[in-house]
Design a protein around this ligand. Structure first.
Ligand code: HEC
Ligand SMILES: [Cu+2]
Length: 331
C-alpha cells in the first residue's frame, strides 16, 4: 500500500463526517428544535439513538461471551431461557415502550391545537411549488406561495393537500414530516417559539423539479404578523411601474398568475399580488431581488428545469427590467 491509499479510508471518513455534521446545522436542521413539537421529536431521536447504541454494545458483549467466554457463560447463553428472555421478551418490551412514547409525541401537537385557538393555513403541493392559503375569520381567504408566515407562541394548524401527485411537507425546525396525498387531507400542528426564518423542503419524490421544491417559514411577533396579514389581504399596490404592468398583461402572464386588484386572475401558477415581499422566488431557489426576477422570467427553464411556467426567452433586457421592477414593486 502506498501512502495515498493508506490515507484514503481516513479521508473518506472525514468527508462523510463533515457532510453528516453540516447537514445537522443551519436553517433546515432537524436538531434546531425551535418549538415544543420539534423539541420533543429531537428528544425522541436522541433517546432512540442512545437506546440503540446501548443495545448494540450490550449485544456485541454477549456475542463475544458466547463465542469466546468462559464455559459457564457459554452454557447459560445457549440455554432456551436466555433466548426466550433476551430474544423475545426484552425486544418486545423495549420496542413497545418506544412505540407508545413515539405515539404520544405524534399526538402532542394535535392536543395543542385542540386546547388553544389555532391559526389555520392550508398548503397545497403543486408540481413544483407550494400554494399557501390563509383562512380569515370571516370565511374569506388570501393566497400566497412558497412561504408560510406564522405568529409566534400560537398553535398553527396546517392543512395539507395536493393538486397532483404525492408531495411531503417537511419543516424540520418546527415539526415532523407529513405527506400530501391525492384525495386526502392531512394536518400538521406546531408552535414557533421565536421570530425567525427557516427552510422546508418537499420530501417525497414528485417528478422532475422535486429537488428544487423548497419553501420558507417566517415566524413573526403576533403584532407584526397581524400587520403583515392585513397588508397581504389587501389588493396589489404596484409602485407605479406602468410599462411593466402593461407588458405583464400583454404577455399573457395573467392567464396563469393572479395579481389581485388587476385583470390578472390566472390560477395555474403562484399568486403574485405581493410577490415582491416574499423571501424567495421559484420555490426557494432564488433570493427575492430585482435581479432574481429578471433571471427567473428570462431563463427559468435553465434555473429550474421542467417547471410548468412557459418559457419567455424573447424579452429584451429593458423589457425584463420593466417587468422585474413591476413585480418587485408588488410588496
Ligand atoms: C402557463 C402558465 C404560466 C404563464 C403563462 C406564466 N407563468 Fe409564471 N409561473 C407559472 C408556474 C407554474 C410557476 C411556478 C414555477 C415553479 O416554481 O415550479 C410560475 C412562477 C412564476 C414566478 C415565481 C413566483 C414565486 O412566488 O416563486 C414569477 C415571478 C412568474 N412566474 C412571473 C411570470 C411572468 C412575468 C409571466 C409572463 C411573462 C409568467 N410568469 C407567465 C406559470 C406561468
Ligand atoms: Cu417533491
Amino acid at each position: 500500500m502506498n501512502a495515498v491509499s493508506r490515507r484514503l479510508p481516513k479521508l473518506f471518513l472525514a468527508i462523510a463526517l463533515i457532510t453528516a455534521v453540516a447537514g445537522c446545522s443551519g436553517e433546515q436542521s432537524a436538531f434546531a428544535g425551535l418549538g415544543p413539537v420539534s423539541s420533543r421529536i429531537t428528544l425522541l431521536t436522541w433517546i432512540m439513538f442512545a437506546a440503540a447504541a446501548l443495545i448494540t454494545v450490550f449485544m456485541c458483549g454477549l456475542t463475544a461471551l458466547a463465542i469466546a467466554g468462559p464455559a459457564g457463560w457459554r452454557r447459560r447463553l445457549a440455554d432456551e431461557k436466555s433466548v426466550m428472555w433476551g430474544g423475545v421478551v426484552f425486544p418486545v418490551a423495549t420496542l413497545s415502550v418506544l412505540l407508545f412514547y413515539g405515539f404520544s409525541i405524534l399526538n402532542a401537537g394535535e392536543r395543542l391545537a385542540q386546547t388553544e385557538n389555532p391559526i389555520h393555513i392550508a398548503v397545497v403541493g403543486e408540481q413544483w411549488w407550494w400554494r399557501v392559503i390563509y383562512r380569515h375569520g370571516d370565511g374569506r381567504a388570501t393566497e400566497s406561495a412558497n412561504e408560510v408566515r406564522i405568529p409566534t407562541g400560537r398553535p398553527v394548524e396546517i392543512e395539507l393537500t395536493t393538486a397532483d401527485v404525492i408531495h411531503s411537507f417537511w419543516l424540520p425546525a418546527y415539526a415532523g414530516k407529513v405527506d400530501m396525498i391525492p384525495g386526502h387531507v392531512n394536518r400538521l400542528h406546531f408552535v414557533a417559539d421565536q421570530p425567525g426564518v427557516v427552510r422546508g423542503q418537499c420530501a417525497e419524490y414528485c417528478g422532475g423539479a422535486h429537488a428544487l421544491m423548497a419553501f420558507y417559514a417566517v415566524a413573526m411577533a403576533p403584532a407584526d404578523y397581524d400587520a403583515w396579514l392585513a397588508k397581504e389581504r389587501a389588493d396589489a399596490q404596484p409602485a407605479a411601474r406602468k410599462t411593466g404592468e402593461r407588458l405583464f398583461s400583454a404577455s399573457g402572464c395573467g392567464g396563469c398568475h393572479s395579481v389581485r386588484g388587476t385583470s390578472a386572475d390566472g390560477k395555474v401558477g403562484p399568486d403574485l399580488t405581493h410577490v415582491g415581499g416574499r423571501v424567495s422566488l421559484g420555490a426557494g431557489i432564488l433570493p427575492n431581488t430585482p435581479d432574481s426576477f429578471t433571471q427567473w422570467i428570462g431563463r427559468h427553464q435553465k434555473l429550474k428545469p421542467d417547471n410548468l411556467m412557459l418559457p419567455f426567452d424573447f424579452f429584451s433586457e429593458s423589457e425584463l427590467r420593466d417587468l422585474s421592477a413591476y413585480l418587485k414593486g408588488l410588496e
